[in-house]
Ligand binder design. Sequence first.
Ligand SMILES: Nc1ncnc2c1ncn2[C@@H]1O[C@H](COP(=O)(O)OP(=O)(O)OP(=O)(O)O)[C@@H](O)[C@H]1O
Ligand SMILES: [Mg+2]
Length: 521
Amino acid sequence: MTEGDEPEYALEMARVGKRFGANWVLRNVDLKVRRGSIHAIVGHNGAGKSTLMKIALGAETPTEGEVRIGGRRLTFARPAEARTFGLGMVMQERSLIETMTGIDNLFLNAELQNALGCVDIRRERAEIDQLTRQLGIRPSSLSLRVSDLSMIERELLEIARALRLGNQVLVLDEPTAALSRDEIGKLFEVLGIIAAQGTGIVLITHHLAEVFQVSTEVTCLREGKVTLSCTTQDTSMAHLIAAMLGQREEGQSGSKGRVVEEGHDVPSRAAAGGGERTPALTVRHLRVGTTLSDVSLDAFAGEILGIAGLAGSGRSTLLRTLFGDARPSAGEIRLEGIPYRPKSPSEAIAVGVFLIPQDRGVHGLVLSKSIFENIMLVLLRRLSNWLRFLKFSDGRKDARRMIGALDIRGVGMHQPVNELSGGNQQKVVLAKALTLESRLLLLDEPTFGVDITATRAIIMQVRNLADRGAIVLWASSDLLEMTSVCDRIAILRNGIVSAIIAATERHAFNERALWAAIERS
Ligand SMILES: Nc1ncnc2c1ncn2[C@@H]1O[C@H](COP(=O)(O)OP(=O)(O)OP(=O)(O)O)[C@@H](O)[C@H]1O
Ligand SMILES: [Mg+2]
């Protein structure tokens, strides 16, 4: 680059290494993000993706190597340095304050001041105008509280906030995790517009299909090292998976690029059992708020029942109601024939019902405690005092087994959870629920944010739990994955269960037919 030219790269990272204690989590990483490009970063949970980008943001200091933003070298002397050079990031742990409005979130700790040191409302207005136009945000939505916004509105608000701080480089750490298919389309449209204006975009994702949908370049990390970096058109799904897993190409396919086959090979016990079996869970005419008006369904012991529907169709509300975290205004629920009306999650847990919520960061973990303690905590709460003593060693064995089964990667089971990567934290929440031996396990988007290997492990563990006689409700927006996991899938539409489709109905139990059933108006 000659003096005065625009640099070709928005972000350049050279020979970056990072060590936590004795543990090297990044080694000799080179990454170059072109201006105007969308550069995907992929890799298993704990591969180092978020840490690498936190270094670019100046939130972590590298042990080795250097970083340039728009050609200017970071000194890591000041935390705000990367932002002044033009890098904005939407972190994996989202940071909006739910009780504040969009506008307040946008300018939080970054108000614009005029010469007198007061908030410069005129300039703020002008910025808001520009950002809402650029990102296609409804201006009126900005005066609502974040808790009243849809997931895509929240995501765009996070992006607006990141862009305000820097428009050389925009980093998005798993932005699609909580979005529906339509919302992801909208997000990608917006990213295309931002890139076209010259910003270099870094997109971290576990959904390999997204890599091919939007990115122009892709870099893969494995155990802190770059195993592949090329233009997207020069690679394939199989290559990427091989680079992630460190094995020869496996020729896997699926919506995450996973080992997910459409359709269901094993005739499930629940489906095979036929009509004479008594359902272990019955829900009749359930009404909750304005989302669910009249939901009825049956689920059998040993069954994984999928709950599908568009965003906002009430999937999460249904699960939360069964967990005592939302109150129905009408209807009846029975567990093994006995009326069940939990007034709180602790009442639900006491009878063996457990929920893994979609928003796991908030609900799931005591961050300062270790992996082991987090898993044991919930086990111990379930047991009376004398049983605690007897069961502790059993519990310890179970916890160990589950940490191994889900491949929770840290330096050891006594590592505090806040030192784990995002996906590994999610695995701890799942391990907790799976160790519990619930009677009814409610899973809300159980594979969000976890990598291919862990997804496979989770599916297997959930199937094992069902085989031991539990009822599992699996709510998800990933229909392809559901067809490989579930025995039957209930479709929620307009506040009711509009259809229940069994794996045995081959013509209807595939991604396309399910979409049609969900979207039919
Ligand atoms: N503050 C910390 N102290 C110790 N180790 C840490 C700390 N932060 C991250 N690590 C470790 O660094 C490694 C990389 O973590 P990172 O969060 O970058 O992974 P990731 O690729 O983003 O994974 P995921 O897909 O799960 O989000 C992990 O082994 C993690 O445990
Ligand atoms: Mg991460």
